[in-house]
Design a protein. Structure first.
Length: 411
């Protein structure tokens, strides 16, 4: 008996390091997957502890608060087993059986394989538990009846599908998984209908989010705005490229997620979005002032008055201070709302990779009247955005009326 026990003890002793190494690898992989899935952005309040919840997520149905997903047994997910975590991630089911609101992107995560879910859970179990409850979501009737989500889930929960993989490269398929499932990009970049569900026939064509446009990610639209695969990979990794910098809701995505992804995965995402081969990126020719509309010509002086000090008189920008207007992707959007919002709201100081910084941009809502805003928008869009259309003051008034209340704007 003793030799048998000795052999068993030896086998267990030899296996232990292998099992520990496997567990450690799973945790490291889960940390990477949690970053790719951008878990921190929605589950971390401004200035709060990572993953401790409390972020207000404004929806057309009310404000939903990100939950605590630290391993706290009282306030987080410390009591969840792997099966329950997988159900929450891919089916929108809490441990108690209640339905999660689809602000949690289980509508995209439902395509996540079990191994990836288990790895994310393994990682989350290693972080510091935060013993603090997140604010409770309290929506008005009938949206506060979680039972009603059963019908919504039957209709819409599994609408996101991956395209058939035949004839596609492994890089393209990896990019599709990173974009459509882990990155859940379609949740913001796809328009939604009255029931709050993504309109799959318009997938990735752009969506409105707190008064800003999450622009189209279709290959032809990206190329029309000057994007190629290298610039798009650079933008995701460093938060900036020749087309501008991340701002608004995309800045936390960069800060918490894309800057930490591997170069091959970023290249795969760019390959999937732009296609293989990618369409040729459009190159714009600057329009001389005398070829612009009268409104745009008047806007030149407004640009010199309030913009040129940072963005330079000829739109070339200043390193570490302000981006260039030449080739800027926001100016090349057909919809002018993002450009108007940035001019009125400004952008806070931003930190990018390495030692790169961008100084804060003040808002000019109290300095430019509607006629001046219209002229400035026309100058920027016609001069550096390739836009031939002319905005009227009434267009600016309508966009201002559509702006969300100040408390709903992005941090």
């Amino acid at each position: 008996m003793k030799p048998l026990l000795s052999r068993l003890a030896l086998a267990v002793g030899l296996a232990a390091p292998v099992l520990l190494a496997h567990a450690d690898d799973q945790v490291k992989r889960g940390e990477y997957l949690a970053r790719a899935a951008d878990c921190m952005a929605c589950h971390t309040a401004p200035g709060g502890a990572p993953f401790a919840g409390g972020l207000p997520i404004v929806s057309p149905f009310g404000t939903i608060y990100g939950t605590n997903i630290t391993p706290s047994k009282a306030h987080g997910i410390g009591l969840y087993n792997d099966d329950e975590f997988f159900a929450a991630l891919t089916e929108g089911k809490r441990r108690d059986g209640a339905n999660l609101y689809p602000a949690m992107p289980y509508t995209s995560y439902h395509l996540m394989p079990r191994a990836d879910s288990d790895a994310i859970h393994a990682y989350l179990k290693t972080i510091e538990p935060i013993e603090r409850a997140a604010p409770v979501t309290r929506l008005s009737f009938p949206f506060n009846v979680r039972l009603g989500l059963m019908g919504w889930n039957l209709l819409y929960a599994k609408d996101v599908k991956l395209a058939p993989g035949e004839g596609k490269s492994e890089t393209f398929k990896r990019g599709e998984y990173m974009v459509e499932v882990l990155g859940h990009c379609g949740e913001c970049h796809t328009p939604r209908g009255l029931p709050g569900a993504m309109q799959q026939d318009k997938r990735l064509t752009g969506g409105l989010l707190n008064g800003y446009l999450a622009p189209s990610l279709l290959a032809t639209d990206l190329a029309a705005r000057g994007w190629n695969q290298q610039d798009l990979s650079t933008f995701l990794k460093h938060g900036m490229s020749a087309q501008g910098t991340m701002f608004n809701e995309m800045f936390p995505v960069f800060h918490n997620s894309t800057q930490g992804l591997s170069d091959p995965d970023l290249a795969a995402m760019a390959t999937y979005l732009l296609g293989d081969p990618a369409p040729t990126a459009a190159v714009l020719t600057e329009v001389p002032l005398d070829k612009m509309s009268p409104s745009a010509q008047r806007g030149r002086q407004d640009y010199l008055n309030v913009c040129a000090g940072c963005h330079a008189p000829n739109g070339e920008g200043k390193p570490h201070i302000a981006v260039a207007m030449r080739g800027n992707t926001t100016l090349r959007l057909d919809d002018p709302r993002n450009l108007l919002r940035v001019i009125e709201d400004g952008i806070g100081e931003q930190t990018f990779t390495g030692f790169e910084r961008m100084q804060p941009m003040p808002g000019f809502a109290d300095k430019l009247n509607q006629a001046q805003l219209t002229d400035l928008l026309n100058y920027l869009r016609q001069g550096w955005g390739g836009q031939s259309s002319e905005l009227a003051v009434s267009d600016v008034q309508k966009l201002q009326a559509d702006a969300p209340p100040a408390e709903h704007k992005a941090h």
